[in-house]
Write a protein that binds this ligand. Structure first.
Ligand code: ZN
Length: 233
């Protein structure tokens, strides 16, 4: 089987070990490139370099896949974390910022990998049996991945930026209002609420111990009935 991330560009590298000698991957190992995306592509495509990673996420938010996920890439410097790891490079020069587009793309890739392989999106150390860790946290002597904000890649807050969320919400409200107007929902809804209150009141008149009418519940029930009708295909 040869698994590839659907939202990626393919740039196959000759530098990999066929298969997963120790079984399916259990770790995601994070890296920074300390160089341009182009220089990384050139290096990973050079068989003499003997290095690779499964992925690189560029500063613009593109994902490049070099090695298929059911093969072992050469990124950790140790056999174990290569065999059991998925290596992700992040295009970065020290002192640069981490663009939102890059972090969002990486977060989406992490979510897909977690789903595909059951890898828990938890920031762990090398003693854990599964999870996400920076290259230097595997015990290998390196500064990699520098100040990459790993917790933001796996924290779930990257699904939307605040601006995207606001835009989504605005669209949702506009769509909802359009549906209400197009279906002339409001006058019949008002009549329905009126009828429900009248019948609840009438029912109370016939009891020995009349209770106050719960108008909020009546309005909610009427709105729900309309919503159910509108959302039926
Ligand atoms: Zn690294």
């Amino acid at each position: 089987m040869s698994r590839v991330y659907p939202d990626s560009y393919s740039a196959p590298s000759p530098n990999f070990t066929s298969g997963r000698p120790w079984g399916p991957p259990r770790y995601i190992v994070e890296h920074w490139t300390v160089g341009s995306a182009h220089s990384v592509e050139v290096t990973f495509q050079n068989p003499d370099a003997k290095v690779s990673a499964h992925f690189m996420v560029t500063r613009e938010g593109y994902v490049v896949q070099f090695v298929e996920l059911d093969d072992t890439a050469w990124h950790s410097g140790t056999a174990g974390f290569n065999y059991l790891g998925i290596g992700i490079e992040h295009e970065h020069i020290p002192e640069q910022d981490w663009p939102e587009a890059q972090l969002r793309a990486s977060a989406a890739l992490h979510r897909w990998l977690a789903q595909e392989f059951g890898i828990p999106l938890i920031h762990v150390d090398a003693d854990a049996s599964a999870g996400v860790l920076g290259h230097r946290e595997t015990g290998y002597a390196t500064a990699c991945p520098g100040d990459l904000p790993i917790d933001r890649l796996i924290g779930g807050d990257m699904a939307f930026t605040k601006e995207q969320y606001a835009a989504e919400l605005e669209d949702f409200v506009k769509d909802t209002v359009r549906v209400i107007v197009q279906n002339e929902v409001l006058p019949p809804l008002a009549k329905d609420i009126e009828a429900r209150i009248a019948s609840a009141t009438a029912a109370q008149l016939h009891t020995h111990t009349p209770q106050p009418i719960d108008t909020a519940a009546i309005v909610a029930a009427a709105v729900k009935a309309v919503a159910d009708k509108l959302t039926k295909p």
